[in-house]
Design a protein around this ligand. Structure first.
Ligand SMILES: [Zn+2]
Length: 443
């Protein structure tokens, strides 16, 4: 497939480029060539053409931390007094909702999020799943939904002790089962990591048990709220990151989501072990947990990537939140400049994805990279350069400007029309299932 008449945004790690009147050749699931449109059209006269009509063509967005299971929370009323802090939000919202999910709910919850991702140009997602009432087989169900959508995803189940030993064991088994299934039947669009909810719901015994069955690569919430640090100090006399390090859970394939309340030593542990931190500013604002010390972490050398924590898979909204939150938190407009946000969202998040999808590059337009592409119908009203692109994205891009989404060479949306998912069916079924989940959650 030859994508012609495009303005390519390459996001090359050595220096981003914006290439007008260019074309890009896709063979199978990879990009095989890019160059001036006239040249490639001459070189590949018989290739099937896809006319980008002058739109921007760029790598699909990547989300480093999300929760497909949260889709049915939209509009859900929580009985009683308003949720007062993060522990209250966990207990009275998330731990009610996730317990009420059946495997069918898990499937539709995932499909809702995947349709949203295709529409908003997010082609790779790291999901962190919980459904204590339907653990066995849940990752397989999500994997089927991902396959149906045609997107790329790394899955895991959140092991936790909050519902007793039998369910914490079932979570461990589900992670192991899914990891083994993928090892036996590899799929370039699927990857697995080992999920842990958070230090505050995990005993020493369970942490040790997880490390016994899984060598490296964990996905866990870390110090999202002070409660996680207080709990760890009380349980172990150590802070959260120190505690995880002691159990051998950190490393270059571990994802520590949030890290809002870590201290300087914890940052050093994260840096020394090469652990990834993901930043989810919309969620942090919504839960009123604070602004993560992202600039401090970057200065220390911690690798920070961008997630959305189950908010919409419209990742430019997350860019915008990342750009604004630190300015307000520090009352300093120099904080979190656009280039920094782009480094996190594009370069770092793609490097994290590469750890789990090592066959080819992601987040870049280059020969050999995965053909994960989006067309963006954006026509700059001011000069657009590789240097000022992050500010065009933050102040000019809308997620609805994504008109075409391609993942691994497969066209998932063309001219805003979904080709792999039946959105009307998913929407109707989701509404029906969500109603029942709400009723069960607060019965
Ligand atoms: Zn999360």
């Amino acid at each position: 497939m030859l994508i012609t008449n495009a303005t390519l945004i390459t996001w090359k790690p050595t220096g981003n480029e914006i290439l007008e009147k260019h074309a890009l050749l896709v063979d199978g699931d990879r990009i095989t060539a890019l160059g001036p449109a006239a040249e490639l059209e001459r070189q590949y006269p018989s290739a099937e053409r896809l006319d980008a009509r002058g739109q921007l063509v760029m790598p699909g967005n990547i989300c480093a931390h999300t929760h497909f299971y949260g889709a049915f929370s939209r509009g859900m009323a929580i009985p009683g007094t308003p949720l007062k802090d993060f522990p209250d939000i966990l207990e009275r919202l998330w731990w009610k909702l996730d317990k009420a999910l059946t495997l069918e709910d898990v499937r539709y919850s995932a499909l809702v999020c995947l349709a949203d991702a295709v529409k908003h140009g997010t082609t790779t997602l790291f999901d962190h799943h919980a459904s204590p009432g339907a653990i066995e087989g849940s990752l397989g169900v999500i994997a089927e939904a991902v396959g149906q959508a045609g997107l790329r995803a790394c899955l895991c189940y959140e092991v936790t002790d909050r519902d007793g030993e039998a369910l914490s064991q079932a979570g461990i088994v589900e992670n192991v089962r899914f990891t083994r299934a993928l090892a036996e039947q590899p799929n370039p669009k699927l990857a697995a990591t080992f999920g842990l909810h958070a230090s505050l719901t995990l005993s020493d015994r369970t942490l040790a048990a997880c490390r016994v069955v899984h060598d490296e690569g964990f996905h866990i919430h870390v110090a999202e709220h002070e409660a996680d640090e207080y709990d760890s100090l009380q349980k172990s006399g150590r802070r959260v990151v120190d505690r995880l390090n002691e159990f051998g859970l950190l490393g270059p394939r571990t994802i520590a989501a949030h890290c809002v309340h870590i201290d300087a030593r914890e940052m050093e542990w994260l840096k020394d072990t090469g652990t990834w931190v993901t930043h989810q500013p919309r969620s942090n604002m919504n839960n009123a947990v604070g602004a993560a010390p992202v600039e401090d972490m970057l200065r220390v050398g911690v690798r920070v990537a961008l997630g959305n924590d189950g908010f919409s898979n419209a990742m430019w909204d997350e860019w915008k939140a990342a750009y604004f939150i630190h300015k307000l938190a520090h009352r300093d407009p120099r904080r979190a400049n656009g280039a920094m946000v782009a480094d996190i969202a594009v370069g770092n998040t793609a490097a994290l994805a590469r750890e789990f999808f090592p066959e080819a590059s992601l987040g870049v337009l280059a020969p050999g990279a995965y053909a994960d592409l989006i067309f963006v119908d954006y026509h700059a009203t001011t000069p657009l350069t590789a240097g000022n692109l992050p500010w065009h994205i933050i102040f000019g891009f809308e997620n609805s400007m994504v008109t075409t989404t391609i993942c691994g060479g497969q066209v998932l949306m063309k001219d805003r029309r979904l080709l792999t998912l039946d959105e009307a069916e998913i929407t109707a079924k989701s509404r029906e299932l969500a109603q029942k989940v709400w009723a069960r959650a607060y019965a």
